[in-house]
Design a protein around this ligand. Sequence first.
Ligand code: PLP
Length: 463
Amino acid sequence: MQKNSIDYISTRGNTPPRTFSEAVLTGLAPDGGLLLPETVPDVSSDLSRWRNLAYGDLATAILQRFTDLPVAELEELTTASLQPFDHAEITPLQSFGKLHILELFHGPTLAFKDLALQFLGNLFAYLLDGKQALNLLAATSGDTGSAAIAGVHGKPGIRIFVLYPAGRISALQERQMTTVPDHNVAAVAIDGSFDDCQAIVKKLFGDAEFKQRYALGAVNSINWARVLAQIVYYFYGAFRVMERTGADRVRFAVPTGNFGDIFAGYMARRMGLPISRLILATNSNDILARFFESGDYRLRKVQATLSPSMDIQVASNFERYLYYRAGGCSATVRQWMQTFRDHGQLHLDSIDGRHIDPLFKAVSADDPSILRTIADIHQSTGYVLDPHSAAGVHAANREGLDGDPVVCIATAHAAKFPDAVRRAIGRPAVHEKLERLKTLPTREHRLPNDADAVRDFIVRHVE
Ligand SMILES: *Cc1c(COP(=O)(O)O)cnc(C)c1O
């Protein structure tokens, strides 16, 4: 059996290369950068063969190109990770004329993050093999936390601490975390924004001694395994829409927060999937939209919107994209990140003489546009979008549906966001998985916006 020997390197260039397994357990690189495969496999010649594969087989084929795991075990991991999904196709494509919606919400927590986090949970358990302990620490703007918890609850040797902004995630999202009874799970409300939660996580990961001593691991979208698992549905969705429309190129419209989902699309394109455009949709927190319009990456205050999982300013995966924009030059990445840290802004146009990346088109959707999109699509098709997916559909409509087909990524089931949906169409969507949560007992923790308080909390729980 051919073993894959792709090494993982840091965007900032000051970390020795690691294997896939090491990269998964490392999370953030010690030099502060993000890990990436040293080379991106070109799979152009595999596409015709991959076209007809079922989701699970396609996942194994793609993952195999990036990992050092034996194929049989990879296959087992893939199968186990897809088993909790409630749709035979895993990510079915719904088409209404020229509107194509790739549903990524058939996993246990009804958001697309299940696709990555079921895999990551099983991968961690496999890599630790009952011999090592791991304490996962994550910040969530809503959906990551519940999906991460669903991926690892009850797994021996693994504990998970999830920080979320108090009062800024939906009541149902909170219940999805606080109703999990397993003792290896702690969901902690922080008095601050998502970016504050993320800053605490970054700070604790930056404390090398603490990280080592308490075997901290990451599940946030900086973990390479998450990006990797997400690459699969770009292939799957592209194949389905090509089959349905006869097109040989596709566009994707992607609701974006941490730039994790859309970065997986970017990788799929680098691997040779014929994606002619990535339509990046943000809500009013539009730092990424502004960047792709002007080359200007500038921090603003986070605003609370109807699509809370996108209420993000500092997109943690963006550095991976910048690495490719810098032509793989980590010295340039270091300099850009330094500038951004020092000044809260960065202009790329003055550096590489070209500020627009023609692959991307960015569109921001404010709350009224999102509500209007949910209402319009419901009226014309009967289909109910969640507010995040609606931002993507809004962006796709702006870009225009003529030409290469657009696959709109639906990142959550509408029932997760009943208030927004009620405002749009007069009634909430329902899902029996969520109805069941309403009667379960909860366990709640609350801490101030302070890294030391979180550090103490972890120490108390582990010891
Ligand atoms: C996380 C999330 C997003 C944003 O995805 P990123 O990978 O952070 O860009 C969009 N929609 C929903 C429902 C999410 O949970």
